[in-house]
Design a protein around this ligand. Structure first.
Ligand code: P6P
Length: 331
C-alpha cells in the first residue's frame, strides 16, 4: 500500500533536474497513455477489437486499437508546442509538426500499442516511447530521428495489465508509477529500480530454436541443461509475446529477454524495431544496471540508417547478458 505521501507523476517531475518543457512532454505522454488504457480496458464494449483491415510498413495487419492508440498520441501531442515531429511504428514516414502549429525542440517516437497479437486474447500490451532532441525544429527530416539510443533524453513505456504502470527514465534512474483508476493519477510506486545482476529466468520464443545462430543456441541449450549442465542451476522460461510485459518482468525481478537474429530472413537483423522499441527499452535497462546488446555490441551505440530499422535484442540481468555477448564474440 503506497502511503499518502507517495508523489504523483507531476510532483515527481517537478523534483527532477530536467527542462520544464521535457516535464510537460512527459506529462502529456502520460495523459495519452491514460487515454489508451481506458480504450484498451473497454475493448469489445466499444467494438475496437480485431483487425482494422489495413497493413503497416512493417508488413503487419493493423488492429483497430493500434490505429486508435496512434491517433491518440498524435492528436494529444501535435499542438503542445513541445515537438518538432513524431514517428511511429504505425506510420510509414515521420510526422513533422504542421507549420500552423507551435513547434518545440523534442522528437517523440513510439510504438503506440506493442504486443498487438495479444489484444484480442486479453493479455498485457503496452505503449513504448522515446524522446530525442533536434536543432531543426522548423524543418525536421527523417535524418533528425536517426540518432543512436545513447542520445535519448527520456524513454519509457505504459504497461496495460492488471494495473496500468508507467515506467520512465530521464537518465537519473528508472521509476514506476501505478495509475489510480479512481482519480486517473499516476502515483510513484517504485523508484530507482535495479535489475538483479544474476537470474534463473530466460524469455525467448522457443519455436524459433532451429533458426538461431550458434551463440544463442549454445546459451539456451545450457539453460535447459540446468543443474546437470555447465550452468549448474535450473532455469525457468517465460514468453508473453508482448515486449513491454516481458521487459517489465525483467526490470521488476531480473531475467534475460531475447529476440535474436534468425535465419528465417537472413537479411533482417532481427524482428524488433531499433528506434522505438529496442532503444527506449535499452535506455531503461541500462539505467537499471542491466545490459542490452544485439549480440556482439551494445544497442545504445548503434547508428540507425533508416526509421524502421530492425535489430536483434538481448537484454536484462547484467551477468547473464554479458555471457551471451561473450559467446557472440567467441564466434
Ligand atoms: P513473436 C509484438 O508483436 C512484438 O513486436 C513484441 O512485443 C514481442 O516481444 C514479439 O513481437 C513477439 O514476437 O514472434 O513471439 O510473436
Amino acid at each position: 500500500m503506497t502511503n499518502s505521501s507517495s508523489p504523483n507523476l507531476e510532483l515527481f517531475l517537478q523534483q527532477q533536474n530536467i527542462p520544464e518543457q521535457l516535464k510537460e512532454l512527459l506529462m502529456q505522454v502520460a495523459k495519452s497513455c491514460d487515454s489508451i488504457s481506458q480504450a484498451v480496458n473497454r475493448g469489445a464494449l466499444d467494438n475496437i477489437l480485431g483487425s482494422a483491415g489495413s497493413g503497416n510498413i512493417q508488413g503487419e495487419t493493423q488492429q483497430k486499437l493500434d490505429i486508435l492508440s496512434n491517433d491518440i498520441l498524435l492528436d494529444d501531442n501535435v499542438s503542445s508546442g513541445l515537438l518538432a515531429g513524431m514517428a511511429s511504428e504505425e506510420m510509414d514516414t515521420i510526422y513533422p509538426i504542421p507549420n500552423d502549429m507551435p513547434k518545440g525542440k523534442y522528437l517523440l517516437l513510439f510504438d503506440p500499442l506493442d504486443g498487438s497479437s495479444n489484444i484480442d486474447v486479453n493479455v498485457s500490451i503496452g505503449t513504448i516511447f522515446s524522446i530525442l532532441e533536434t536543432t531543426q525544429s522548423d524543418s525536421v527530416t527523417e535524418q533528425d530521428f536517426l540518432k543512436p539510443g545513447n542520445m535519448q533524453v527520456a524513454a519509457g513505456y505504459a504497461l496495460y495489465g492488471p494495473q496500468t504502470i508507467l515506467t520512465l527514465t530521464t537518465g537519473s534512474g528508472v521509476h514506476m508509477f501505478t495509475l489510480d483508476p479512481n482519480n486517473r493519477q499516476f502515483i510513484l510506486t517504485r523508484s530507482n529500480v535495479l535489475i538483479p545482476e544474476d537470474t534463473k529466468e530466460f524469455a525467448i520464443n522457443m519455436s524459433n530454436l532451429r533458426h538461431w545462430d550458434t551463440p544463442v543456441k549454445r546459451y539456451i541449450d545450457e539453460c535447459i541443461a540446468g543443474k546437470e549442465g555447465p550452468r549448474n542451476k535450473d532455469f525457468n522460461m517465460r514468453w508473453i509475446a508482448s515486449m513491454v510485459a516481458d521487459v517489465h518482468r525483467v526490470l521488476t525481478r531480473g531475467g534475460i529477454f531475447m529476440y535474436p537474429w534468425d535465419k528465417r530472413d537472413p537479411n533482417k537483423p532481427g524482428k524488433l524495431r531499433l528506434l522505438y522499441e529496442a532503444n527506449p527499452m535499452s535506455f531503461l535497462v541500462e539505467q537499471a544496471g542491466g545490459l542490452s546488446i544485439n549480440g556482439p555490441e551494445s544497442i545504445s551505440t548503434i547508428q540507425p540508417n533508416h526509421l524502421h530499422e530492425r535489430v536483434s535484442v538481448i537484454l536484462g540481468s547484467k551477468n547473464e547478458v554479458a555471457l551471451v555477448q561473450e559467446y557472440h564474440l567467441q564466434k
